[in-house]
Design a protein around this ligand. Structure first.
Ligand code: ADP
Length: 337
């Protein structure tokens, strides 16, 4: 089952290569970056670890990148793990016991961490201590308290609503990342193109940025394809024609919708009645989580679908966008983005 924005295998490599090298080079999310800057400067001044931080927001907006940048600014080591990888307290104990003073432990998808592991994390976050069970000879299961170096937990979640109250209150900084405006995505694309050694023309950057749903990962993925296209066409730079041809080939339309988004709209239109998440997920053969985290937010922002107490519906705008004639009585919604 896919729980994340479909991360293609080579995305990881590409993400790494294009990650900004400093907080300075991180584009946008000004309020979040400002809060981090102050907290980091204060922690460094006191020579203490930074408070625990949690980032929430859809996939591909820069949560992992910020974890790397925090460790960089703190001059600390970073350990990366994820909620689903931490099956039992012992998995976490290993990572925790390796932390040095002021190090950063990044847990991605923290909402998917089992409850027992979450509870185990509480004392580590608060008291810098964990109980480990010593399993030697006949002496099975004896608990010994292990003191940890004061460290910083940086967590990321795509589902803020699934976090328990006790976990949430243990973070000193709780920051939400929002989709980026097109002008910021264009800056991210320009910086990435420079790093790739590609000349990206301004109108091409503008076009790609407007089709990327405010998500840097999507913008960078399209940039990679457009760069390939410009190269095989023998163009000296990535121009508007290459950008347009690339979008057409990827079937990314004027609102940044891809094939799956259109399948969702067609499914809702065909059903012609409010449809629950479970049913919709089954119809389009996608996980409920991915549907809710990845696809729905953009469709809602574009006013193409609406949530009613009885389920999701396609709006008149969805019919219009797909070139269909709306059925009488289909909701008209103001366009919000
Ligand atoms: P998340 O952890 O939220 O899924 P990532 O941190 O992996 O997202 O970001 C996906 C890609 O987008 C990475 O290549 C990252 O460097 C790039 N990126 C994300 N946000 C920014 C930003 N604000 N400025 C520059 N690049 C960014």
């Amino acid at each position: 089952m896919v729980f994340h924005e479909p991360l293609r295998p080579d995305d990881h490599e590409f993400d790494r290569a294009l990650r900004p090298a400093s907080l300075e080079a991180f584009v946008g999310q000004a309020r979040v970056v400002d809060n981090l800057r102050i907290a980091i400067a204060a922690a460094r001044g006191r020579q203490e670890p930074l408070d625990h931080v949690i980032f929430s927001g859809p996939p591909g907006l820069g949560k992992t990148t910020l974890a790397h940048l925090i460790a960089g600014e703190m001059g600390s080591n970073l350990t990366v793990t994820s909620g689903p990888a931490l099956l039992a307290p012992k998995d976490l104990a290993g990572a925790l016991s390796r932390q040095q003073r002021c190090d950063v432990l990044f847990i991605d998808e923290i909402h998917r961490m089992p409850k027992v592991v979450e509870e185990y994390l509480y004392t580590a976050m608060e008291d810098h201590a964990i109980d480990v069970s010593i399993d030697r000879g006949g002496d099975t299961g004896r608990l010994v308290r292990l003191t940890l170096q004061p460290f910083t937990l940086v967590a990321a979640t795509t589902r803020e609503g699934l976090l328990s109250g006790p976990l949430r209150t243990r973070f000193g900084l709780v920051e939400r990342l929002e989709p980026y405006p097109p002008a910021e995505i264009a800056r991210i694309l320009e910086a990435a193109a420079r790093r790739l050694g590609v000349t990206l023309e301004a109108d091409a950057a503008h076009l790609l940025a407007g089709r990327s749903r405010g998500v840097p990962r999507m913008a960078l993925r399209v940039l990679r394809r457009a760069r390939d296209l410009a190269q095989v066409r023998g163009k000296p730079s990535l121009d508007l024609d290459s950008a347009q041809e690339c979008l057409d080939r990827l079937r990314i339309d004027a609102l940044g919708l891809e094939e799956m988004d259109r399948r969702i709209l067609h499914a809702l239109i065909e059903r012609a009645e409010p449809t629950g998440l479970k049913t919709l997920a089954a119809v389009i053969d996608e996980s409920e989580d991915t549907l809710e985290e990845v696809f729905e937010p953009h469709l809602l922002r574009c006013g193409l679908i609406a949530r009613t107490p009885r389920g999701r519906i396609a709006t008149a705008r969805a019919f219009e966008h797909l070139g269909l004639r709306p059925r009488p009585g289909v909701a008209e919604l103001p366009f919000s983005g």
